[in-house]
Write a protein that binds this ligand. Sequence first.
Ligand code: WTA
Length: 653
Amino acid sequence: MDHAQTNAVYSASADFIAQAHVDAAGYERMYAASVSDPEAYWGEQGKRLDWIKPYTKVKNTNFKLGEVSIKWFEDGTLNVAWNCIDRHLATRASQTAIIWEPDDPNQPAQHISYQELHDQVCRMANVLVSQGVRKGDRVVMYLPMIPEAAYAMLACARIGAIHSVVFAGFSPDALANRINDCQAKVVITADTAPRGGRRTPLKSNTDAALLHCSDRVRCLVVKHTGDQIHWMDGRDVDVKAMMAQASPDCPIEEVGAEDPLFILYTSGSTGKPKGVVHTSGGYLTYAAMTHQMTFDYHDGDVFWCTADVGWVTGHSYIVYGPLANGATTLMFEGVPTYPDAGRFWAVCEKHKVNQFYTAPTAIRSLMGLGPEWVEKYDLSSLKLLGSVGEPINPEAWSWYNTHVGKGRCPIVDTFWQTETGGHMITPLPGATPVKPGAASKPFFGVKPVVLDPTDGHELTETATEGVLCIADSWPGQMRTLWGDHERFEEAYFSQYKGYYFTGDGCRRDADGYYWVTGRVDDVINVSGHRMGTAEVESALVAHAQVAEAAVVGYPHDIKGQGIYAYVTLMNGVEPSEELRKDLVKWVRTEIGPIASPDIIQWAPGLPKTRSGKIMRRILRKIAENDFGSLGDTTTLADPSVVDDLISNRKNRG
Ligand code: WTA
């Protein structure tokens, strides 16, 4: 992306600023306080929550390799579901907590009040207890975007169980790996998941996954569509039927601030997915606070985050942040283009959405279908727009601003990660004039630093470019990787000593704005979904006819990055169109549709160093059709493979 053309600056209107939680002077003052005395600052912010036993210690964190330990509010106790539901009942029992919009626009939407949310969550919690789930046990969810997904998450929180939501687009194998890694006692799924008029067979995928899991794992099934499914007596449980019988009351479990709330698997640069662990007190404080400040959420607003609950964005900004704030949060089962490309805007009009939060990839795909789909709807309820997942390119930003925001809604471009729990670098809409494409300024308590990638020294000049690290802890930070604290230290604290390494590169301009430029490791960002190139490679090499594979990202108009796979076949195997299709299908089965390679190039050889390391830098350049700047190839064991790859690439066009 070319940042040079994007030097325009946009400020919110005077009216917006006048009603905002934070203005420019407030940001400067509060930011300075938050980083100069984190104890005092977060000690105050933690009071957003109801504590059973109030904390006396606020921060106890250490980024030193070998001793990494992160604790916030460590001697406090609380219950997350209480904070998201019960404490609101005195004033908001009949207020809508969740608006559910189904995939099929002809089906009725649901408005679930805080009282109903309480009752459903308690019923679900009682069902979990009846299945033997106790504090600290793991519960995996593989669900459509239906209210039961939120009920199940909060039910776990209520009884102190740890949930791990697996995106419904993952394959049975990927689901099985996650169930096994966290040794879940229970998996909660649904019969089928309608999306864009089609149905994903979640229950049969779960049946397939469970063949690879302990036969003690119980399978709780939400009968959502009523589609025919296979049923295994003794293992499968009809959740809705049991909830109907269960009590709408369930006592809360008192948990420590540092007890895990959830595990969420995400892709890393090496090996199998990482089980990111978030805990209760710090995570909820941070999710609630960022939800209120970044989106300038006010009581009575209708907030819509279009993410799936299978990703961290759905955790923090559909469920935990909004509900902790007593908000009305919208949950959408469908896709932006069903039944037509106007669906997002139809839903905004129908439910009078005030804040709308989506990903650049969605904007780009809608942009291509024309502004007439937006113009058909009354979007006057919108006050603010948000973006997340990757840098938003200037064209998409402009389209979003003009056609959706009508030039009057501030746009917040929020940079954060599964690991960070909530926004890290983001404009605050009443405080930060926006530059399209820049995530802009750090959130309260966040100390970003730009380091030199070669020797790790801090680049202190304001205008500079390097890798993005964070110098000190914030309450929403992940605490460990499930069952592998060593890998946690290795992945995030070993490259740049004393810092948390984000894996991203960034530029800081003369005004101190941060522009995140994308991953500098072997993680790629496909339609805002994180994908480890190593995961796709190991799926490919598991195929009987593949000898070797190397996967890189390449620029893709809609997806941001596409998946480009170089594949070396076994001796004697001839490349064919059929085999190409077969490999794509194979990866879909191994990981899921989101990992399907966009391009497969047959590679008789891969560029390797003499020690056998694949030189991805060169493969990236070739995938980008950029042959002029391949850099030094003299260290290659066999430089001629590069010429072969280039001529094959050129033949592809
Ligand atoms: C990228 C999603 C630029 C970044 C919340 C990060 C972004 C990765 C932005 C995390 C943004 C996310 N601008 N890049 N506003 N938001 N990213 O864990 O590369 O799915 O490291 O979390 O997405 O992806 P994850």
